[in-house]
Ligand binder design. Sequence first.
Ligand code: HEC
Length: 180
Amino acid sequence: MARNAWTVLSLAIFGILAVLVGCSSEEDRVEPLCQPDQFVIGEEPGPGEFVAGYASSELFFTRTSEFVSASGPHGDVRIWYSKNIEELIDNMCFIVPEGTTAIKEEDFSGSGEVEAMVLMIKKDDAYDPENNNWYYEQLDEKGDPTGDESDRGKIGSCIDCHSQFADFDYLGGTKLKSGE
Ligand code: HEC
């Protein structure tokens, strides 16, 4: 009888451990909810670089001309995307083309001023295929590089969080609009 109890107990412990191990090995990657055939694949390439006059450039558009308070760690934000994805982002599942560029202004303190900026550029298929080929960069409040090498490239902390937006090709803000 006692032996049976031990058997049950050890099976239960084994079961719990198996679940825990299973969960922790899966948490690295968030799988898209969309099925592979549901993704709309964008074709028109984007500028592929930070454009200093983005706010008035014909190469960019925004749906957040006023700061919106966002869910992420970036405070209140305004986001510009390159024009080549203006219609694409209305789809529920999409993949953006190479050169697509996203620029985000951040206001952490609620001052109404831009306090820092971040940039994402979609690179070619060989750049970082495991993580949808995005280049990330942290910029200063004027949009200039910070001078710190760790603020640019395949930044792990950016990738870890942005991978949750797998249905939108790692873009987290495409459904945000000012005034809503
Ligand atoms: C903890 C989660 C998280 C981390 C870490 C993170 N982001 Fe974001 N990011 C978001 C969310 C959420 C949005 C959508 C807008 C918002 O809520 O601010 C976003 C939006 C963006 C955008 C606008 C384009 C878009 O729609 O995604 C850029 C550019 C961006 N982030 C760059 C970066 C960079 C560069 C880093 C690393 C230095 C970074 N992010 C780290 C969550 C994160």
